[in-house]
Design a protein around this ligand. Sequence first.
Ligand code: PRP
Length: 180
Amino acid sequence: MGDELGRAADVDRVLIDEKIIEKRLDAMAAEIDREFPAGSIVAIVLLKGAFVFAADLLRRIPRPLEIECLNVSSYHGGTESSGVVKFLDHSLPDVQDRHVLLLDDILDTGRTLKAVRDRLLLEGCAAVHTGVLLAKDRPREEEVQADYVGFEIGDEFVVGYGLDYKGRYRNLPFVGVLKP
Ligand code: PRP
């Protein structure tokens, strides 16, 4: 792990290591497969942060899957949410009457998950089931919750495993806490 921290100079400590993430994803994938209605799933992956989590989770789900990505942003690289969720794509995937598994890396204020969920419901999908790797233990600013949560964490800024600070650290294989 010393080497890992060597390539992450601004990381103060490892919060969740790779092995623990892998074990948790095994359990989450099994839970999703058990609870989802029969038939194929449309997974919608929120870019950029959720791409690592989604790739590892979805490969563990043993049933037909379609995977779509949506590019949304509200943090614009910093540590504070701008408060405005921007949809950066020109169009949305066709989700009419489908059960969607909406995946994001982290649930913080709740703005992103709520904005995307509401938009998908407007597009006519049958239901939106939400899954996040991390959920911050803090009051949400929007009424939204995740159906599947990897880990509850404290209210601190984390990077790695898809999450960035100013565009960096998404490729770290663990979730770590940034130096103050
Ligand atoms: C981050 C993160 C989530 C969202 C969570 O996205 O990836 O999508 O913020 O915060 P919220 O619950 O307060 O909305 P960001 O805007 O940093 O974009 P990124 O995924 O491209 O890094």
